[in-house]
Design a protein around this ligand. Sequence first.
Ligand SMILES: C[S@@+](CC[C@H](N)C(=O)[O-])C[C@H]1O[C@@H](n2cnc3c(N)ncnc32)[C@H](O)[C@@H]1O
Length: 350
Amino acid sequence: MDSGLPHSPSRAQPEGPAPETRRASNASLRWRILRRALVARSASSSLSPEETSHDQPDKSDSNKISRKTSRGFDLIECHVLPISQLTKSHGDSSNGNCNIVECHNDVYVCYKLPCQGSPKLNLVYRSEDSLELHDIEASNRYNVDTTGLVCCWPSEEILAYYCVNHSDMFRSKKVLELGSGYGLAGLAIAAGTDAGEVVISDGNPQVVGYIRNNISINTETFGQTKVKSMILHWDLEQAPEMISSFDIIVASDCTFFKQFHQSLAQVVKSLLKHSETSQAIFLGPKRGDSLSKFLEVIKKNGLSCELIENYDPTVWNLHKRFVSGDDRSWPNYDKEHCYPLLVRIYTCGE
Ligand SMILES: C[S@@+](CC[C@H](N)C(=O)[O-])C[C@H]1O[C@@H](n2cnc3c(N)ncnc32)[C@H](O)[C@@H]1O
């Protein structure tokens, strides 16, 4: 897959062919990841084409996950602070922007949200090359991949950007983010809108550990909005109190797992309120036929949906410039894998 990754090479492959082929290639990918986790890591380590994807790894430590600044849409201003550059104290970083919690393999990214008051969010990410054996064991044990640990994917940033630019729709609403990874969009909704409650979820318990941490270091920015994390695996039965309880569900880059299409559609159907105004907003690139297959499954489950290509003039113009080559800041930009389309899903008729 051309991951379109801002932060790291494609160590896990969200898009896949047939399930059997995918299982085999997942297994070999896991071995390659494991090998990478166990061998000495150097910036010059030789990576296979899939591992490097289209983005060559940066050679300096400070750029290990900082491709956010040079790849991706970069619509949310941010600074990447490698752990080596951080002061060891909590509270103040060298640029005075971040709360800092010392932790070995982590990198801190400070975002300034493009909305009223320009609230700041600090997110902790795994640094690149820090995937470990227990990550892979956990992903096998919980039947979930490791893509949530790899990076914040480009469409998550666009989702965050889109949501804070449409803050009115979140006022007093109960919101759920599915497959959130590090949770940038959920946190942005919590900090940049007047949502009543935001639940940020993922099926990978290790990812949820990061979400929990990211919530706790940003609580001061949430105002009256309640924010929670939870492990929510789409294949498992959901708690009765959650059924039909969310006004808005959001998700980024979660539709490439064809084996989970049915359960993901069911989760949306059961957790979204059955009301005219409730909706799910999914953002994600086409990634072969995975997005269109997901839409088929959505409809088979009695939900209605609309696919929107041009949902924001700034994102669209940037996309056009990447495609035409007028903007070369994202080399190898491939719209199939990099440009997130927006899908609105409704429980009632459109
Ligand atoms: C490509 S990542 C996207 C993460 C984040 N939304 C982003 O765009 O950066 C897909 C996410 O879905 C989660 N996921 C995959 N399968 C899942 C499942 N069956 N149930 C719940 N979460 C799942 C992964 O743990 C991962 O965090």
